[in-house]
Design a protein around this ligand. Structure first.
Ligand code: FAD
Ligand code: UDP
Length: 374
C-alpha cells in the first residue's frame, strides 16, 4: 500500500486541476514543483500591491461553459476584456483589425467605405497570386487586409516576434487574428473571458486546497528512481524529452524574456497591453499589469504601477521553454517521444510541456475535466 495514489509533477493548471479532481474522488495526491512557487506559468508575484504575471501575461478566455463554470466555482472572474493597442511610430491603432482601426488608418467611417478601401489595398497582392493560395504570412496578410495595415501593424511586429522575414513564415499564423467590420476591440471571439478576482494564485490555491505539496523539488533529482515506492501512479507535466533522458534528441522551444520596472505613476499607458509594431523599439509589447485587475478609481488608489517589456528571444539551455517550435524536425521528434509515452506504464503525460503542444489555459482544464477513471 503506497502513501499516495498520485505523485503529480508540476503545479501548473494541468497538475493543479488534476489534483483537485483526484482529491474530490477520494484519492491522495502529492504535488511537487521544481520552481520555488506553485502555479506554473500562471503564477503571479505581488509587487506594490499589483499581481505581476511573472511568466507572461495570461488572459483566460473560452466558449466552453463547463470550463468557465468550473474555474468560477473555484474563484470568481472579473470582467477584463482584452483590447490591445498597437503603437506604430507614436500613432495608436486599435486591435484586432476592426472599424476603429480602419477609421484610424484611413478616416473611413462606414463598413462600406472600409470594405472599398480594403479591396483597393489588396488589389496588387491578389493579382500577384494569379489564382493560387497565399503561400506565406506576407501574402496572406496582404490579401487579407492590404498593404497599409501590413506595413504599419504586421510586418515589423511579426519580424520582431518570430525573428524571421514574413515571407518565410507560414500563412496560418496571421489567420488567427480577427478582421471585423464592426467597432469592436475585443481581441477574442470567445463567449467568456476574464481574470480571477484576486489573481491567478487564488485559482491555484483553490485547486490545491488540502493537497500535500512541495516546491523547489526536481522530480529527476529526488523521485525519478523511487516514485513507485510512494505513489501508485505518476502524473507528469514536465518536458517530455527530459523524461526520456533526451534519448532521441532535444526538442527546441521559443522563449520570451521580460524587463520589468516599477514606475512611480499610477497609470503608465492606460491599457494592459500595447504592441509596438515598428523596429524603433526592440520589444514587441509592454504589459501594464494593474489594468488586468484594477478598473476605474482603483487604478489611482494604487499609487505605483508595474510594467513589463516583452522581448522575443532565441531559446538556449536553462531558459524557460514557452512555445513549441512547429517545424518538421521538432514535430516528428515530438511524435516519436509521444509513442514512448503512450506505452509507459502507470504514467499520465499531461499539459503543454509533456505533450509538446501549445494549449491555452481553457483547453488544458478541459482535458483534465474530460479524463475518466481518475
Ligand atoms: P505549466 O504552467 O508550464 O506547468 C508545468 C509545471 O511543471 C511548472 O510549474 C514546472 O516548474 C513544473 N515542472 C516541470 N518539470 C519539472 C520537474 N522535473 N520537476 C518538478 N516540476 C517540474 N493561455 C491562455 O489561455 N491565455 C493567455 O493569455 C496565455 N498567455 C500565455 C503567455 C505565455 C508567454 C505562455 C508561454 C503561455 C500562455 N498561455 C496562455 C498558455 C498557458 O500558460 C498554458 O495553457 C498553461 O500554463 C498550461 O499549464 P501546464 O500545467 O500544462 O504547464
Ligand atoms: N500580429 C501582428 N501585429 C500585432 C499582433 C499580432 O502582426 O499587433 C501577428 C503576429 O504575426 C502574431 C500573429 O499576428 O504572431 C498572431 O497574434 P496573436 O496575438 O494571436 O499571437 P501570440 O502573440 O499570442 O503568439
Amino acid at each position: 500500500m503506497n502513501k499516495y495514489d498520485y505523485l503529480i509533477v508540476g503545479s501548473g493548471l494541468f497538475g493543479a486541476s488534476f489534483a483537485y479532481r483526484a482529491t474530490k474522488a477520494g484519492k491522495k495526491c502529492f504535488v511537487i514543483d521544481k520552481r520555488p512557487q506553485l502555479g506554473g506559468n500562471v503564477y503571479c508575484e505581488n509587487v506594490e500591491g499589483i499581481n505581476v504575471h511573472k511568466y507572461g501575461a495570461h488572459i483566460f478566455h473560452t466558449s466552453n461553459k463547463r470550463v468557465w463554470d468550473f474555474v468560477n466555482s473555484i474563484v470568481e472572474f472579473n470582467r477584463y476584456t482584452n483590447s490591445p493597442l498597437a503603437n506604430y511610430k507614436g500613432q495608436l491603432y486599435n486591435l484586432p483589425f476592426n472599424m476603429n482601426t480602419f477609421y484610424q488608418m484611413w478616416g473611413v467611417v462606414t463598413p462600406e467605405q472600409a470594405q472599398t478601401k480594403i479591396d483597393e489595398q489588396k488589389v496588387e497582392a491578389i493579382a500577384a497570386l494569379n489564382g493560387r493560395e497565399p503561400a506565406n504570412l506576407e501574402e496572406q496578410a496582404l490579401t487579407l487586409v492590404g498593404k497599409d495595415i501590413f506595413r504599419k501593424l504586421i510586418k515589423e511586429y511579426t519580424e520582431k516576434q518570430w525573428g524571421r522575414d514574413c515571407k518565410e513564415l507560414p500563412a496560418f499564423i496571421i489567420k488567427r487574428l480577427p478582421v471585423r467590420m464592426v467597432y469592436d476591440n475585443n481581441y477574442f471571439n470567445d463567449k467568456y473571458q476574464g481574470i480571477p478576482i484576486g489573481g491567478y494564485n487564488k485559482l491555484i490555491e483553490g485547486l490545491l486546497a488540502g493537497v500535500e505539496r512541495k516546491t523547489s523539488v526536481d522530480f529527476f533529482a529526488e523521485y525519478r528512481n523511487n516514485w513507485k515506492k510512494i505513489a501508485d501512479k505518476l502524473v507528469y507535466t514536465g518536458a517530455i524529452d527530459e523524461y526520456f533522458d533526451y534519448r532521441l534528441g532535444k526538442l527546441d522551444w521559443r522563449t520570451v524574456s521580460f524587463k520589468t520596472y516599477v514606475e512611480n505613476v499610477p497609470n503608465f499607458q492606460g491599457n494592459a497591453v500595447v504592441n509596438y509594431t515598428s523596429h524603433d523599439q526592440p520589444y514587441t509589447r509592454i504589459i501594464e499589469h494593474k489594468h488586468f485587475e484594477m478598473f476605474g478609481q482603483s487604478v489611482y488608489d494604487c499609487p505605483k504601477t508595474v510594467i513589463s517589456e516583452e522581448y522575443s528571444t532565441e531559446y538556449k539551455n536553462g531558459m524557460e521553454p514557452y512555445y513549441p517550435v512547429n517545424d518538421d524536425r521538432n514535430n516528428s521528434l515530438a511524435e516519436e517521444y509521444r509513442k514512448l509515452a503512450a506505452v509507459e506504464k502507470d504514467v499520465l503525460f499531461g499539459g503543454r510541456l509533456a505533450q509538446y503542444r501549445y494549449f491555452d489555459m481553457a483547453p488544458i482544464i478541459e482535458q483534465v475535466l474530460n479524463l475518466r477513471n481518475i
